[in-house]
Ligand binder design. Structure first.
Ligand code: COA
Length: 251
């Protein structure tokens, strides 16, 4: 539903995503990119998606942060966009791609996604001179279709998603079956090897126990230390005369 124009929109700030935002961004994405809603588009949303794009395309990962002093839990980050720029080798054309875009459900129609998208396009033009901006969504995702249309992305081309369960796939089924067989054989071999090792270890420790119970204990008694003579009983030796002096005396 469109907001009443007299209603004042809340304020937020668009900035680059930081490491401390990753958790909230992931959680917000989970709320929005539900596989059961748009299975073809949203099945690959996971924490790696956020961290990978943050590492590879940090400058195209933006968040909208609420300007409220004490925002409700989970409403600090109220929207985000993750994008990338694709350049074709041999072509001067590069295009910006909006991979993930969403706003918090309590912040719908506040202009969050709009500002995120505007900033993203601006940065992409500045950084890489993009000439095309691209986005995709499920045709049934009415909000998103309207949103992108409003942003001028009106050149629509239907895209066909094709999938197949490999167990029922006449072309690839054999590869899957073969892989599973090999894998289960390898697993069985590894199990056998492990069992062998355990038995060997047990046998060795039993042999060790047996050997130690048969061992004759040989106690080597240390010989008692000689007592030091008391100083008082020892005779003091006369100090030897130096050799030269001795020779002189003989003469
Ligand atoms: C689509 C989505 C990103 C829009 O976010 P938003 O912050 O509400 O969008 P904005 O407030 O910037 O709206 C901009 C325009 O988009 C259109 N729009 C947004 N929400 C709409 C809705 N519920 N119904 C009809 N039009 C809508 C309107 O044209 C709107 O302009 P207006 O409010 O002046 O009429 C948001 O609904 C969302 O997160 N959806 C789930 C995730 C998703 O589908 N992402 C897109 C594909 S990755």
């Amino acid at each position: 539903m469109k907001r009443d124009d007299s209603e004042k929109k809340r304020s937020f700030t668009i900035r680059e995503m930081e490491i401390g935002d990753l958790g909230e961004v992931y959680a917000l994405g989970q709320e929005n990119f539900k596989a059961e809603l748009w299975p073809m588009l949203y099945r690959s949303w996971d924490e790696y998606e956020v961290t990978t794009l943050f590492n590879t395309d940090g400058e195209y990962c933006l968040v909208a942060e609420s300007d409220e002093d004490d925002p409700p839990k989970g409403e600090r980050i109220v929207g985000f966009v993750l994008g990338t720029v694709v350049s074709k080798t041999g072509s001067a054309w590069s295009y910006g791609y909006v991979i993930w875009l969403c706003s918090h459900e309590n912040w719908g129609r506040e202009g969050v996604a709009s500002k995120l998208m505007d900033k993203l396009v601006e940065i992409m033009i500045e950084n890489e001179g993009i000439r095309i901006i691209m986005a995709d969504t499920d045709p049934a995702n009415d909000r998103a279709v309207r949103f992108f249309n409003k942003k001028g992305l009106t050149d629509q081309k239907p895209h066909l998603y094709m999938s197949s369960n490999l167990e029922q796939n006449v072309y690839y089924r054999d590869i899957l079956v073969q892989y599973r067989q090999e894998n289960s054989q390898a697993a069985e071999q590894a199990k056998r090897k492990l069992r062998k090792l355990i038995l060997e270890k047990r046998r060795l420790s039993n042999a060790k126990k047996k050997a130690s119970s048969n061992k004759v204990e040989i106690v080597v008694k240390a010989s008692p230390k000689k007592k030091k003579k008391k100083k008082a009983h020892t005779k003091k030796k006369k100090p030897k005369a130096p050799r030269k002096a001795k020779r002189k005396a003989k003469r």
